[in-house]
Write a protein that binds this ligand. Structure first.
Ligand SMILES: [Zn+2]
Ligand SMILES: [Zn+2]
Length: 173
């Protein structure tokens, strides 16, 4: 079963003086973040202790399962996540800007932050490839797997054809 949490160890920063920093390498296998299926998550996060929080910045690479809006095939979409977040200190309150708080031990589950960043970076209309041919409008076949024999020449809706004739006649008058 896929993991649903991304625990990071910030124990050296949790109770450290302001200005202390630490880089954390993230290497995670398959994850399930609520509705999102994630193949992997890799990258480095630079974490700095400031007065009232811990700032977390870095670039994470991931692949998320999604459906092509043209051919409806499920595929793994590569994404780069620019993380720029802050974490609440142990015992501090949680806010909308800081939804994740360190435990007393200094560990934090950053899964909610990663999930939010993935959702922000997801394209509105994901495509399995930029030149995806989509589905045949007649038989529904996947045109990426070969052309079908359907006649897909753009046919004109008979109602529009009639309107065209009417307009022609009006122009004549
Ligand atoms: Zn496609
Ligand atoms: Zn067809």
């Amino acid at each position: 079963m896929s993991r649903q949490t991304i625990w990071v160890n910030l124990s050296t920063l949790a109770h450290a003086p302001v200005g202390k920093s630490e880089s954390i390498v993230i290497v995670q296998g398959p994850l399930e973040l609520d509705e999102l299926k994630v193949a992997f998550l890799r990258g480095t996060l630079h974490c700095v202790r400031v007065e009232k929080e811990i700032l977390v910045k870095g670039l994470l690479e991931t692949e998320v399962e999604t459906e092509c809006t043209r051919c409806l095939t499920t595929f793994w979409l590569p994404l780069q996540l620019e993380i720029d977040e802050s974490l609440s200190l142990p015992g501090a309150g949680i806010t909308a800007e800081r939804p994740v708080r360190l435990a007393e031990s200094g560990w934090a589950d950053i899964a909610p932050l990663v999930r939010e960043n993935i959702l922000l970076n997801m394209p509105i209309s994901p495509l399995c490839s930029p030149d995806c041919k989509g589905l045949c409008p007649v038989c529904g076949g996947d045109l990426n797997r070969g052309e079908c024999t359907c006649d897909t020449a753009p046919s004109i809706d008979p109602r529009w054809a009639m309107l065209g004739t009417l307009l022609d006649e009006m122009e004549k008058e």
